[in-house]
Write a new protein. Structure first.
Length: 313
């Protein structure tokens, strides 16, 4: 759906985006993560055809961003990180304006506007002036605007920035809904856990370079060096840790929150050998499951030495 090939942007001496390669499939929700100044906005703006690359290109739904900006814009909904709004318009007029700008015919606009207002939970604000909306509502309206021409691909640059926790959760819920509608989404943030919940793939960028990209577990494996296994023991948990540490396919094992947490470095799909080893060792195992990737650790390892800020918006 989206193929990014060597995309590069320089501002004077600074290489803001440095030879970016990405492949995003239809229906993917791709989380683009990195600290301030990493190059997220610059990349997304190039994909939205609002900034010309210095080298490389990208194709979105078969449209090349350099040769076919019109085509790209017809399939893409772009939500910038900062946006101005026409304040003296009513909510529905605002949406109608953008739908018309995207040449959605008059006959279809009513229905589309009704749908996006419903989706963004702004139905009851239909006749409110934009200037009277709260920040969170404006943000949702901006998202509604990016949907006004029913695009297949959404490029969302920090759609939840500056919002309080409840409003962030609402935006997240809305994005989840869009994923269910099979939109292909690129969404940026510098808060990894927020995106991980939503995205099936993530890419981490720092200083213009993509450090890593893939599904959350793959990345975690690559960066942390293994997959975590969470094992509940009936008894002798400490002893089990000792035994697991001696296994060649386990790089560490420790007690955490009453469970044994082991870092498995063996072949994918062979995790059962750890369970077998425990049982052969006479241990009673209550539960055995993959652990959640520790995203904060992944992010901090991937962006080590950077000015990172994972906790605040
Ligand atoms: N128009 C511009 N002129 C000069 N430098 C720029 C311009 N736009 C961006 N930059 C620089 O390019 C780098 C990448 O900026 P970008 O806005 O893409 O980062 P970002 O990942 O979106 O950061 P943030 O999380 O703060 O939004 C930064 O060092 C920034 O200062
Ligand atoms: Mg940005």
């Amino acid at each position: 759906m989206i193929q990014v090939r060597g995309l590069t942007k320089r501002f004077g001496k600074l290489v803001a985006v440095d030879n970016l390669w990405l492949s995003i499939d239809r229906g993917d929700a791709f989380g683009f993560i990195g600290p301030n100044g990493a190059g997220k906005t610059t990349s997304i703006t190039m994909l939205a055809t609002l900034l010309a690359p210095d080298a490389g290109t990208a194709e979105i739904c078969g449209h090349d961003i350099r040769r076919d900006a019109e085509g790209v814009r017809s399939v893409v909904g772009y939500m910038p990180d900062f946006f101005g709004m026409y304040e003296d318009m009513k909510v529905w007029e605002y949406l109608d304006f953008f739908a018309a700008a995207h040449r959605v015919p008059y006959s279809r606009r009513r229905k589309i506007i009704k749908d996006v207002l419903e989706l963004t939970d702004l139905g009851h604000q239909r006749d409110t002036y934009v200037e009277a909306l709260s920040r969170g509502m404006k943000q949702r309206l901006c998202l509604a605007k990016t949907l006004a021409h029913d695009p297949e691909v959404l490029l969302l640059d920090e759609p939840a920035s500056g919002l309080d926790p409840r409003a962030r959760a609402e935006v997240r819920g809305l994005l989840q809904e869009l994923c269910r509608m099979d939109k292909t989404i690129i969404v940026s943030s510098h808060i990894l856990p927020e995106l991980a919940e939503l995205c099936n793939k993530i890419g981490i960028i720092t200083q213009g370079k993509l450090v890593t990209a893939g599904n959350v577990n793959e990345i975690s494996t690559q960066i942390v060096g293994g997959r975590s296994l969470v094992i509940g023991m009936v008894s002798r948990a400490e002893e089990a840790c000792g035994m697991l540490q001696a296994l060649p396919s386990v790089s560490s094992a420790e007690l955490r929150d009453g469970h044994v947490e082991a870092l498995y470095t063996g072949a994918d799909g062979d995790e059962h050998e750890v369970l077998t080893a425990l049982i052969m060792g006479g241990f009673q195992v209550r539960s055995f499951e993959p652990g959640e990737a520790d995203l904060e650790q992944v992010y901090l390892s991937a962006t080590r030495g950077e000015d990172t800020d994972v906790s605040s918006g």
